[in-house]
Every structure is written in C-alpha cells, then in structure tokens.
Design a protein around this ligand. Structure first.
Ligand code: 26W
Length: 820
C-alpha cells in the first residue's frame, strides 16, 4: 500500500483488521480512542514502505545529511498532518464517512505531542516538514520526554499545571530501534596514561552510564515520496549484573544507574527564555547529544574509511546552545576513539557544526558552573578547557587582545562555561532568526565575536509551514485560494502574490470575509465549549497567543483593555466596534509575575464579561492550555494579530507569520520579523506603534526613563494603574496586583518598567484606535486582510530551509522514487 495507489476499500480493510487485532473488537464496539489507534496504524502502514524506500535512497546515494539537534520539537498532532501530506485525506474521509464516523473527532483523540515550549520547538517542527517536502536528507534528533509541556488549567483565574501524559496509550507512529542503542557515560573520573607512542590516553573510570535507545517517528513530505525521521532518544538502565560485582557492593550502583535512566528523560523543562543551572538539564543535553553524535559517527564509519570526509557528509545543526555539547563530544570521539591530533579534530569539528541563536535575553543565555560541569562530564570538561585555552591564545596572538581584556570573551570565566561563546568558536556558521535580530547580535550582544569572525555570521529569517497552518488548519481559505490561483502555493508560498488581483473585487472580498466569519464562529464554539463564555463572532477578534513573558507585554494589552472599559463606563455614548480580546499563554511554573499577569487577565475578564451595562462591547477570553492543536483553530479566526513585544526583545516571532498567512492584520512594534512583515505588506496594511529598537537600546544605555513622569501626566494611565491596587478587579484581595503596579513604577531594586509599557502605552492606544476606525470600513478591512495573506509568501519555512540548505548546510536535494 502506498499513498499513490491507496483505495478506500483497502484502507477500510486495514482499519477493521487493526481494530480486530489490536483490541479484539468490531468497529461498533470500539471506542473513539481505539478507532484513532487503528486509523493511525493503517496510516503508518502506508508510510512505512516509503520510509524504507527513502532510507534505501539515502543508503545508495550517500548524500550529505543534516542532523538537526534540538531539545525541543513541538510537533502537534501527526494524524491529520500525515494524511494531508500523503494526499490521502479524501480517501480516509470517504472511509470514515462510510463507517459513519466523524474524522475530526477521531483526530481529536490523538494527544498533542508537546515536546517543546514555544517558538524554538515549533520552528524545529516546521523545519522538519519543509525538509521532507523539499527532498532534503535530514534527521531531527531530540529527547523522548515521558512528559511534555504541562497541561494548563485555569482554576479561580490562576494557572495550574497538570502532567502531560502523552504516551499513556502509546504512540502508534513511533518505532523503537533497539539495535541502534548506545551507551552514554556520566560522572566518574578521568585517568591519563602515556601510551608507548608518547600520546596521552584518557580513561574514563567509575562512571555511571545509561543506554540511549532511539524511537523513530516518520516525517512525511508533501506530495513526494520522501519520509524523513525524527529520532527521539529514550534512556534505559544498563544491566550488566554479574554476581561478582554484586558482591563488591555494586548493587547500589546498579540502582543508581536505574534511577539515572528513569529521571533523564522524565520531563521537558518548562522554562522558555529563562536559564536555570539544573544538573538534570545538563544531563539531558549531554545524553541526547552524545547518543546522536556517537551513532552518526558509527554510521559514517560503516561507509567511509577516511574520517576527513566527515564535513562533506554530515552537518550537526545546534538549535540554540542547548545541544552545543555536540562540539566537545565530537572532539572527544575524534581524539579519544579515532586517535586524531587536536588540530585535525578541531578542523573537522568546526567544519561540521553550525549554530542558531534564538534569543538575546541575557537571562536566557546558558552558562554552566564549572563545578557542576566538570563533575558530571569530566572528560568533556577537559576538552572545553582546552578549547578555551587555545581560543584565548589565538586572541592574544592574532588579535592582540590584552590579557586583561580576555575575560570579556573567554569561554570559561567567573566560574562558568558560557555556552554561546563555545558555540560560536566551535561552529562554522552562526545565524540569527530575523534581520533585526542578526544585526543586534552583530552590533551589540556578540559584537566582539563578530569582529573576530565576521564571516561566520549570517541571518535566516524564520518561517512556518503553510501545510499545517493554512491547508490543514484553514481548509475554507485554502480552497478559496486554490480556486483562484491554483494549488502551487502549497509548496511555493510566494505564489500567493497572485491573490492581489482579487483584493479590489467586492465579490471576492465578501467571500474572503465570509470565510473569516466561519472561522470566527468555529473559534466562538470552541470558546463556548472550553471556557463557557459567549462571544460575539461579529465583534473584532483581537488575539494575542504566545508564551507569557514580560517582554511580550501581555500586560500592556490587558492594561489597554482596562482603559477601554473605563472609557465605556465614563462615557455612556463611547463609540467603539465591539471587540473580543483573546489571550492564550502558558507561564513557566516558577515565573511568579507571569502567573500573576494571567490572574490579572482573568480577573479583568470576570468583571468586564459580567457587566451588563457595557452592552457586550468588550469581551475578554483567556483560552486555557494554548498548544499546537488549538492554535490550528485560533489563527484562522483572528482579525487582529497582537505582536507587541518591546522592540529589540523578540528575536523573530513565528505566530506573527501564522496570523498574517490567515489574513489577520498585525498590530505590532518594529521588532523581530514584524519589520519584515511590514516590509512585505506595507505599513498602510498594518498598525505599527511604539519605540524603535534603537530608541529602546538607547534608553537602556542611558537609563533616562522615569515612568512616574508618564503616571503624573497621563490621567488615563493613572486611573488604570490605581485600579491595580484599589481592589477594582479584586475586591477580596486589593493588594494582589500591587506587585505589578510596583514593577511598573518603582522596580524594587530593578529599573522600573524595564519593558517600557507605560512609555509605549499612548502610542499603542492610538494604534488601537486606528484599528477600530479601519474595521468600520468593511471594504478597506477586507482588502487589508487579503493583502496580508497575499504578501505572506516570504514567511514559508520552505524559503527558510532552502536558505539553510544552500547557504549553511550545503545539502543536495535527494528525491525518492518509489516506482522505479
Ligand atoms: C535555557 C532556557 C531557555 C529555553 C528556551 C532559553 C531559551 C529558549 C528558547 C531559545 C526561547 C525561544 O523559543 N526563542 C524563540 O525562538 C523563536 C524561533 O526562532 C523566535 O521566533 C522567538 O522570537 C524566540 O523568542
């Protein structure tokens, strides 16, 4: 069975067989979950043949392959996407209809594999989709966490975290590859002995180890024959139990190793953009990186006798610094296992590794305490020491850096290992994720390194996959587009430009907006079902969905809602188009202020939604548990896309692109990829406000900002701020939000309002006013919305991946032909 000759009859048979064999039931007796399992297994059957064929092709053609190393892959559900990319959606739907089963309900049975926090993890998932679609040989390499990102519940307005048991019923798409297991060693000590030839030999002793075992998940390309692999590593205990060692008291050690294996892959760290030096996290990082690099080298050596060919066949891509131990691990294997000299090993390593930086937030930059690092990874530490020593030497010798200035650039300083610096020194390519972000890296954050290695630095603006975020998530709009410009956009998004011919036609404007209306109704139903709130689908849907972080300024959004509510209360004739403000955001469980902002949003929602006197002009909704599967309902329903980070802080953003693609208008700052979005669609089709990144950076340097000046001058702001501390939204606990008030005005030891919320507030308010005015003109709005879709072509991850493949990785397209 392949995707190309699948018949309904055959597929139906497969599903019924699976239900019988897996569950000993008939279709009438099976639960929805069982039907999901049976359908998923039948789909996997289709995939497997092409998967095998793809790997045969890679075996024979032996192309250069990228190993995309990432701690996070935020994949979203696989079933719908797989049958879409296989182009068997209609057949599957036909079979389900014939069996009187709703395919949507079956798809909803699949747990959403949330093995990531936010942008970085979702980007990795979009990249895998594009790599497979564009016929590039690629592996995603990561960790098979038992528990992904927590499930968020809102209880009494507060976030409560529940474990995400995504593997509870097994994962029908994965295949365990026992035969590819490798050993990974931690702790212990290193003994150096001289070999007869004078070389030092490094013997790692008294270590604890685990067995890394890969589980492979297929990544189906769209409308081709390529099925790539996401390889997620699980940890198992190594049981080499001999009685002798038992007698020597090593029973204890065996138990320790068992525990080590269990804990390593237990859970994804739910921090986003905030580093905590947790030992277990360092274990996770070394665990999956060591397993991957070992296995890749093993495979390479089966094919090649000359290790010097490595950079021609392999590239390790380091997704932020989290997998940067690939650099010293590759060094270790080349030195200790392959017997290379330092210079040879270093030359190969620095031609094989490439690094992407995803954030400039200083609190997100990883630095590991030497004490912890050297204890957990004693041999790796020796290698990092040596990398640092040689790098310092190079700076002094080639760059005339004075000894006393070395500290600024040293990889090891102040008792910490700075992972970003190690990543730059050990990689041949360093890229930012949007034009502005790359400039800030070059001119501010990593300026010293840019001066030393100008040629390593490059920019790759992020992208998203239109297959998941338009074709799958917004079928009505997908059909509208295809009826006008054909279906080429599915693999060539810039073709959307062809829609510009239609933006002035009233008939098409109406149809486009009718689709938006339909999607808004779909979201309204979801909100009714999940949050119990009635919203008016004819109001403006103004949406901010993303991780909760102060720099993303959800607080500014809700303060503005409070301001608008005050206007309605003060002026009975206040004229505004009814608006539904929709939020969705998970806060890191330990990020107290972020959690308090969630509580504030919910408290404001409670008061406003239950005030009959404002005639439903405003509704506020906090959607619980924002994740990939509800994102697929949310983006298509937006009129306004809130992208309001403090300029310079958001590296790129990718939610902004998903909204644009689905015909929402950006209300945003000149930050991250917003700049490039505006460049594509035109400022007249966006609502831009606030300080520029230059202004923000200047204020940060001079410290010349006092939010009290604004507070004293602006009575609207003052009123809103006072409502934070007078119990207006929290009568039972008037001091609850004082922390937020204080952070905006006094900062308690920190600079006040570090994200310039009050500074940008007026300009945000003005931009919001313009949104209101523009929406009243139905034709103008429809045209703007259509132009956003039409000009979103640049933001496909297909474009991004083509750039990575040609400009960084040097990959060749390696198509698979199953018919040969
Ligand atoms: C160590 C803790 C930690 C965890 C995650 C630090 C940093 C991260 C990520 C790098 C944060 C992240 O997801 N960054 C986002 O990456 C996206 C993809 O490039 C960008 O679009 C976002 O702007 C950026 O915030």
């Amino acid at each position: 069975m392949t995707r190309w000759d699948l018949t309904a009859e055959e597929f139906k048979e497969a599903v019924l067989e699976n239900i019988k064999n897996q569950f000993r039931r008939t279709i009438d007796q099976a639960t929805k979950e069982q039907i999901f399992q049976a359908v998923a297994l039948a789909v996997k059957d289709i995939i497997v043949d092409e998967w095998i064929e793809t790997h045969k092709t890679y075996e024979t053609k032996d192309p250069k392959t990228v190993y995309y190393l990432s701690m996070e892959f935020l994949m979203g559900r696989a079933l719908g996407n797989s049958i879409l990319n296989l182009r068997v959606y209609d057949v599957v739907k036909e079979v389900m209809d014939a069996l009187d089963i709703d395919l949507n309900i079956i798809e909803d049975q699949e747990p959403d594999p949330g093995l990531g926090n936010g942008g970085l993890g979702r980007l990795a998932a979009c990249f895998l989709d594009s790599l497979a679609t564009l016929d590039y040989p690629a592996y995603g390499c990561g960790i098979r966490y038992r528990y992904g990102i927590f499930e968020q519940q809102i209880v009494d307005g507060y976030q409560v975290e529940r474990p995400d048991e995504w593997l509870k019923n097994g994962n029908p798409f994965e295949i365990k590859r026992e035969e590819y297991g490798v050993e990974v060693k931690f702790l212990g000590s290193v003994r150096v002995v001289k070999e007869p030839n004078g070389r030092d030999k490094f013997i790692h002793e008294n270590y604890q180890s685990v067995r890394a075992v890969p589980y492979d998940i297929p990544i189906v390309g769209y409308n081709n024959y390529t099925v790539n692999t996401l390889r997620l590593w699980d940890a198992e205990a190594i049981r080499k139990f001999d009685l002798e060692s038992f007698d020597r008291g090593e029973y204890h050690k065996a138990v320790e190793q068992e525990n080590l294996a269990k804990t390593i892959v237990e859970v994804l760290y739910p921090n986003d953009n905030h580093y905590q030096g947790k030992e277990l996290r360092l274990k996770q990082q070394y665990f999956f990186v060591s397993a991957t690099v070992q296995q890749v080298l093993r495979k390479f050596k089966q094919k090649h006798t000359h290790i010097g060919l490595l950079p021609e066949k392999v590239v390790f891509h380091i997704n932020d610094t989290h997998p940067s131990l690939a650099i010293p691990e590759l060094m270790r294997l080349l030195l200790d296992e392959e017997g290379l000299e330092w210079d040879e090993a270093w030359a190969l390593t620095t031609k094989t590794c490439a690094y992407t930086n995803h954030t400039i937030m200083s609190e997100a930059l990883e630095k590991w305490p030497v004490e912890l690092f050297s204890r957990l990874l004693p041999r790796i530490y020796m290698i990092v020491e040596e990398i640092n020593r040689r790098f310092n030497h190079f700076l002094i010798k080639d760059y005339m850096v004075k000894k006393e200035h070395l500290h600024r650039m040293a990889i090891i300083a102040d008792g910490d290992i700075r992972m970003a610096y190690m990543s730059i020194v050990g990689s041949y390519s360093v890229n930012g994720v949007a034009r502005l972000h790359t400039e800030i890296i070059k001119q501010e954050v990593l300026k010293d390194f840019y001066q030393v290695y100008p040629n390593k630095f490059n920019s790759k603006t992020n992208g998203i996959t239109q297959r998941r975020f338009l074709l799958l998530a917004n079928p009505a709009l997908a059909t509208f587009i295809t009826e006008r410009i054909g279906s080429g956009w599915v693999t060539d998004l810039p073709q959307l430009k062809g829609l510009e011919t239609y933006v002035d036609r009233e008939e098409d404007q109406k149809l486009f907006m009718a689709i938006k209306q339909h999607n808004k109704e779909r979201l309204a139903d979801y909100i009714k079902e999940h949050e119990g709130i009635n919203v008016d689908p004819h109001s403006i849907f103004d949406i901010q969905v993303k991780r909760l972080h102060e720099y993303k300024r959800q607080l500014m959004n809700i303060l503005h809602v409070m301001y608008l509510y005050n206007q309605l209360k003060e002026h009975s004739d206040y004229d505004m188009v009814p608006r539904t403000f929709i939020f969705g955001a998970k806060a890191a469980p330990g990020y107290r202020r972020a959690k308090l902002i969630i509580k504030l949003i919910n408290s404001v929602a409670d008061v406003i939604n239950n005030d009959p006197n404002i005639h439903h002009k405003i509704k506020v909704v906090f959607i619980e548990n924002y994740c990939v599967s509800n994102a697929q309902i949310i983006f298509s329903a937006a009129d306004v896309s809130e992208q309001i980070s403090t300029a310079s802080k958001e590296a790129s953003g990718t939610g902004n692109m998903k909204f644009m693609l689905n015909g929402a208008v950006t209300l945003g700052t000149m930050d991250g990829a917003n700049i490039e979005i505006v460049e594509e669609v035109g400022e007249e089709n966006s609502f831009i406000f606030g300080m520029s990144s230059q202004e923000v950076i200047r204020f940060q340097h001079t410290g010349a900002y006092n939010p009290w000046d604004i507070y004293n001058k602006n009575k609207d702001i003052r009123k809103v701020l006072i409502q934070l501390i007078n119990g207006y939204y929290m009568p039972d606990d008037p001091d609850l939000f004082r922390e937020i008030y204080d952070a905006l005005l006094d900062g308690e030891g920190q600079p006040p309002d570090p994200y310039y919320i009050l500074k940008d507030f007026e300009s945000y308010k003005e931009a919001q006013k313009k949104v209101d005015e523009a929406y009243r003109d139905k034709k103008r709005w429809a045209k703007m919305a259509m132009l956003n879709t039409a000009n979103s072509g640049k933001f496909s991850s297909d474009r991004t991946i083509e750039q990575y493949a040609t400009e960084i990785w040097g990959l060749q397209k390696t198509p698979v032909d199953i018919r040969k």
